[in-house]
Design a protein around this ligand. Structure first.
Ligand SMILES: [Fe+2]
Length: 272
């Protein structure tokens, strides 16, 4: 585990579901994902902020190619902040580990001041839905237990790719974390847990479930329309999320979307 010390409030950035291809012309439902990611990064740079850590919450690559992961890594290097990444349903952890060799990108626990951040792998190779294996559930419970007993930790955050709470669109009912009930049974026991952060369903959500704040963040490419029955793309622009974590446990968070640019995508598509 890395322990970092920084000035308060801690500043985090979440980037999720970049769906990059090894080939820079690769498109997802007709949107060039490298190009939309570039717009997101430019918008970030315009805001001229610094970040203590970047949380990359999965679906980094659409084709799981080393080139796509290398590209993502080069953009992170350019941003100049450390990052951690976890796999989504389109990723292959082994390839991510190979590309991350010599870095801390795959590390699963980071402490910054009095906050601890946990990173979980919910990916199931070749499947859209997520699952926490027995090993991952044990890691989760043991880490939270240790944090609960550790006086230097006051607050915890959990990052994962899949939505642990059922998605709000009809077509999403089987694509989330399939053992979300088990997940909440564990996490709800720990009073230091402040929020759960994820991606996967490509939309901005901020709600309380089982007494815990849940935050979902827009993708840097296509957006999924909430509260519909069938698969529908949203015309909202790509974006990212920022966090300011105060020493007393307060979380200030904001979703920032790209402005001043109209993105092309196949808005009539019935699936992805
Ligand atoms: Fe995704």
């Amino acid at each position: 585990m890395t322990a970092l010390t920084t000035k308060s409030p801690i500043r985090l950035l979440q980037i999720t579901d970049t769906h990059l291809y090894g080939n820079p012309v690769g498109t997802l439902l007709k949107m060039n994902t490298q190009n939309s990611f570039g717009h997101v990064i430019n918008s970030l740079k315009q805001n001229n902020d610094y970040y203590d850590l970047i949380l990359a919450t999965g679906d980094i690559a659409q084709d799981a190619s080393p080139e796509a992961y290398e590209y993502f890594k080069s953009i992170m290097k350019d941003l100049g902040a450390p990052f951690r990444w976890i796999p989504g349903n389109h990723d292959v952890l082994e390839t991510m580990q190979e590309v991350a060799e010599g870095t801390d990108a795959c590390e699963k626990l980071v402490q910054i001041n009095n906050w601890q951040i946990l990173f979980l792998d919910t990916s199931v190779l070749g499947q859209v839905h997520g699952n926490l294996t027995q090993e991952e559930l044990e890691f989760l419970e043991q880490s939270l237990q240790a944090a609960q007993a550790d006086e230097s930790v006051s607050h915890c955050i959990i990052c994962l790719h899949h939505n642990p709470v059922k998605g709000n669109a009809g077509w999403m009912k089987d694509i989330g974390l399939n053992n979300g009930v088990q997940f909440f049974k564990i996490v709800s026991k720990f009073e230091k847990l402040r929020c759960i952060i994820y991606g996967h369903i490509h939309q901005d959500l901020d709600f309380i479930y089982e007494g815990i704040r849940c935050l979902c963040t827009p993708s840097t490419c296509i957006q999924f329309k909430p509260y519909v029955t069938d698969f529908t793309l949203d015309k909202e622009n790509p974006g990212y999320r920022t966090f300011q974590l105060a020493e007393d446990g307060t979380i200030d968070t904001e979703v920032v979307r790209v402005t001043g640019f109209k993105f092309e995508a196949d808005f009539t598509s019935e699936g992805y």
